[in-house]
Design a protein around this ligand. Structure first.
Ligand SMILES: NC(=O)c1ccc[n+]([C@@H]2O[C@H](COP(=O)([O-])OP(=O)(O)OC[C@H]3O[C@@H](n4cnc5c(N)ncnc54)[C@H](OP(=O)(O)O)[C@@H]3O)[C@@H](O)[C@H]2O)c1
Length: 335
């Protein structure tokens, strides 16, 4: 191999702002040990919310001290194999979901952490772990059924657009929220039954007027006011899954000065449930295989944000783009 060094993005210091926390460093390409692979990353998934919280020191279950590596999922090609590796060859396409393995041009990892895929595309990357998270959250936490009303917020985003399709495939009536005509168009193409562009229509009013019996299952990515509206509009025995609270990631959390939400939940026997993928690892392999199968049989579409981000240098802009709500589908960076 001619190249001797590669670039990666690290968190150099904790900071409220992602751009101020990170730095690009150039390091030597390591030779893989016996059971390891050297992978050349082709695409990495941008998780603007998680990245920002990590750089602020606000992800309680990891508690990293800078400097630390950034990025999670990547898809690429095997560039070298360790002497004891049997299942991989140079040139194989693989996907990886290792914390710290995403925002770098090369990574060395244990071979058992890589998964063979047909090709190293951003669509395959979007299914893992973003699509997997949507599937596991809907089924394991949301107890998704059929013939129910399901609401997905940030429905045209990376996670949301997969959730919309999975809820439709399960036989539900699906409502999706978004902020632009371009995103509405994507949701129409994905078969979303009721699209609410919240710049044109008031979410609370639409839900109250058109769904007087409430919403059975809510997949909320947004938080703050949207979360409050979701709680208010839950059906009897409705389930609200907290997927994230992206409206707060760029800011300090708002103090809440209103009645406790158990007043709203109790009388409807409704529930609010948190979801965090790392606590549901045992469902990952089955979910991943099912999603890949749906994708390869054209039953599931994968939308990748058309704006192109090239190279390690572009990652802070890609994070900002996502946190500004500009994207449709999954934001990826290509190397
Ligand atoms: N719990 C887990 O394990 C897990 C795993 C994966 C993702 N997530 C969560 O899923 C959510 C979506 O993540 P993603 O990476 O797929 O991002 P994304 O949905 O591709 O992009 C974020 C979208 O959020 C929407 N949004 C609504 N209000 C916003 C606001 N005030 N500020 C910024 N954006 C706003 C925007 O769409 P509109 O403008 O159309 O509303 C924006 O495009 C996040 O909350 C993330 O933390 C959680």
């Amino acid at each position: 191999m001619k190249t001797k060094t590669y670039k990666k993005l690290i968190a150099k210091r904790l900071n409220q702002d992602f751009k101020s926390a990170v730095e690009i460093v150039e390091v030597p390409i390591a030779k893989p040990a016996g059971n390891q692979l050297l992978i050349q990353n082709k695409f990495a998934g941008i998780n603007g919310g998680f990245d920002t919280l990590l750089c602020r020191g606000d992800v309680p279950y990891v508690n990293l001290i800078p400097p630390f590596d950034l990025g999670v999922e990547a898809v690429g090609e095997v560039a070298a194999v360790g002497d004891h590796v049997q299942d991989f060859r140079v040139g194989d396409a693989v996907v990886t979901t290792v914390r710290g393995g995403g925002y770098r041009e090369y990574q060395v990892i244990e071979a058992n952490l890589a998964l063979h895929v047909r090709e190293a595309t951003p669509e395959v990357l979007t299914l893992m772990p973003t699509g997997v998270s949507a599937l596991v959250a809907l089924e394991q936490v949301g107890e998704m059924r059929n013939q129910e009303v399901v609401l997905v917020t940030a429905a045209a985003g990376g996670t949301g657009h997969i959730a919309v399709q999975l809820a439709k495939l399960a036989g539900n009536h699906v409502i999706g929220t978004c902020s632009s005509e371009v995103k509405s168009q994507l949701l129409r193409e994905l078969g979303c039954d009721r699209i609410i562009n919240y710049h044109q229509e008031d979410l609370n009013q639409v839900l109250k007027r058109e769904y007087p019996n409430g919403i059975n299952l809510i997949f909320d990515c947004v938080g703050t006011k949207v979360f409050d509206i979701c709680v208010e509009n839950l059906a009897v025995r409705g389930r609200l899954v907290v997927i994230g609270y992206i409206s707060e990631y760029g800011k300090n959390p708002q103090p809440v000065t209103q009645p406790r939400i158990y007043h709203q939940l109790f009388w409807k026997a409704a529930s609010v449930r948190g979801f965090l993928m790392p606590h549901y690892q045992q469902y990952m392999a089955e979910a991943r295989d099912r999603l890949l199968n749906l994708f390869y049989t054209s039953k599931l579409k994968v939308a990748v944000e058309p704006a192109q981000f090239h190279g390690i240098e572009s990652i802070p802009d890609a994070v900002e783009y996502l946190l500004n709500g500009q994207n449709s589908g999954k934001v990826v960076v290509r190397f």
